[in-house]
Design a protein around this ligand. Structure first.
Ligand SMILES: Cc1ncc(C[n+]2csc(CCOP(=O)(O)OP(=O)(O)O)c2C)c(N)n1
Length: 298
């Protein structure tokens, strides 16, 4: 456990109102440990902004700006351009942050512009698989068959009926210098990728899988376990890419069946009721198996 003094030295610190077991707040802490104090951050509207900056207090001990939901990347682009003009860019890291809704849906246009202009910014997408801050609505990154308030399961459907948008490949398609996927379940992998991103000039995209207790409906003690199971099943491949080429993947030592991951979460509990649900689980297993094949995870 950290002493009071050590806690005071942290750059993302106590007093925020993240849920108990929030994997997003855990990840931010780990990321800030690596980025250090010469960092300027933008944050789109969403859980992170709401739980860490309840005015007049803030958990951020770095310059931090709240952007609109849709333009975290555009605001960060402007900050980077201003720092360049002032001759200070080499001393300061600029990061832009957003949830999966802010990144892959509403902020995608601003993000694509930032990618295209190749600003020297690290964009971090905290992927909890839905619009959690406003009450668990479906996003483009919601996985197949997950219950959300706008893709409910019931007689008419098994929940979200569209596949998860493959956002890292959208980043790669822009030929940016570095794209990485990591997870709150693998802190060392996460910190290693942040360190690497900091050393690269130009745009970097980092997507982090961050389980969400109320949105995924599980007990807080399973946050890390779920993040690890997502990787070990093949449902959340961790990798790094330079431009459009994958340069490393986190291998799976022993493949875990997707049921192990699904059964711990209330958002998938409708899949365990009958034969029709079993067929859906087969579909999810196929997604995992295809990822294992496509990314060479085993
Ligand atoms: C243009 C616009 N549409 C909708 C909203 C309402 N809104 C604020 S936060 C949010 C959800 C954020 O979801 P996400 O980006 O996935 O982040 P999370 O809260 O899950 O971390 C929504 C819909 C808004 N602020 N602006």
């Amino acid at each position: 456990m950290l002493t009071k003094e050590e806690t005071h030295n942290e750059l993302f610190t106590m007093g925020h109102t993240g849920c108990s077991g929030c994997a997003q707040s855990m990840s931010v802490k780990l990321i800030m440990e690596i980025l250090g104090k010469n960092t300027i951050a933008t944050s789109a509207t969403g859980c992170l902004e709401v739980f860490s900056t309840r005015w007049p207090e803030s958990s951020w001990k770095i310059p931090w700006i709240h952007s609109l939901f849709e333009n975290s990347a555009a605001v960060a682009s402007g900050i980077e351009a201003a720092l360049k003009y002032m001759g200070k860019k080499d001393e300061i890291t600029v990061i832009a942050q957003g949830g999966d809704g802010g990144t892959a849906d509403i902020g995608l246009q601003a993000l694509s512009g930032m990618f295209e202009r190749n600003h020297d910014v690290l964009y971090i997408c905290y992927d909890n698989g839905a619009y959690m801050n406003t009450g668990y609505q479906r996003s483009g990154l919601t996985p197949l068959d997950a219950y959300t308030t706008t893709s409910p399961s019931g007689k008419q459907s098994f929940g979200n009926n569209r596949p998860k948008k493959y956002m890292p490949e959208i980043a790669m398609a822009h030929r940016i210098p570095y794209t990485a996927v990591s997870s709150a379940g693998y802190p060392m992998d996460l910190q290693k990728k942040v360190k690497k991103a900091m050393a690269i000039k130009g745009t970097k995209y980092l997507q982090v899988d961050v389980p969400c207790v109320p949105g995924w409906k599980y007990e807080p003690k399973y946050s890390v376990k779920l993040a690890q199971l997502a990787v070990q099943t093949g449902l959340y491949p961790l990798f790094e890419a330079e431009y459009d080429k994958i340069i490393s993947v986190k291998k799976i030592s022993k493949k875990v069946p997707v049921e192990e991951y699904l059964k711990l979460q209330g958002r998938f509990k409708h899949l365990f009721k009958d034969e029709a649900g079993r067929a859906e689980i087969e579909k999810i297993q196929k997604i995992a198996d295809d990822n294992i094949e496509r990314f060479g995870l085993m």
